[in-house]
Design a binder for this molecule. Sequence first.
Ligand code: ATR
Length: 263
Amino acid sequence: MKKYLVIGNPINHSLSPKLHNYWLKENNIDAIYDKKRLDENKLKNIISEVKEEKINGINVTVPFKKAVIPFLDELSPEAKDTQSVNTIYFQNGITIGHNTDIAGFELAIKYAKYDISNKKVFILGAGGVAPSIIYSLKKMKASKITLSNRTKEKAESLKNLFEDIEIVDWGKTVNFDIIINATSICLKNEDGIKFDYSAVGPDKFFYDVIYNPKETIFLKRAKLFGNRTENGKMMFLYQAHQAFTLWHKVMPDINNEIIELLD
Ligand code: ATR
């Protein structure tokens, strides 16, 4: 039986096992998908298990998407350009790190029927998922990308990967068509985003990468002021879909049952 894993710290919240095991069963694939909380000093060991084929594939989540890179033999162009790996596989004797968050975000935006081209985008947060979102936005031809992060140096360091993004101080608001919350602030349903909603709406698009809670305070407020909102559920689903297809060479179904499974 083949074995797959999602690694991170913390990892308890992850819905990846639920989703992948559902698809494995549905497609009659003899494999199991588990989750494992890790300390950073165990990354090397776990990746060597991929090389020994004790583990057949790994998803990587916060905070290890960059930290796994030195232990991999090769990176896909997307993983290299974002310095972010969320999917690991073994092929022709080498371990390869790939990034399916990029496609996950793009497909989620398409699913929402929103056209990014020529839009001004404001990103909050410079954590693990930010480079993938920026890469994806550039691919979809956003006209301008502005980013703000509490720790400004972290935002500035993203300019090493994407030199044409604009960085503004945390707490400052800019003019935008779509705003993306890529911070973990609203995870616990706390209100940590200082944002003057009345100054920007209505009819803007507010996107939150968080999908649990289903509607963060960020999205709730945005809606109150007449804006369109979307959570990160479809992004999560599509990144998993891409990883599953890569590992098993089978394209699993995305249907209402699966979408509801994640609620
Ligand atoms: P990591 O930083 O390890 O990549 P992450 O969950 O991917 O973890 O990212 C967390 C993001 O949420 C960061 O942008 C973080 O800002 P800092 O870089 O300043 O830490 C942001 N964040 C988390 N809690 C926050 C808070 N209370 N206020 C503002 N930003 C917060």
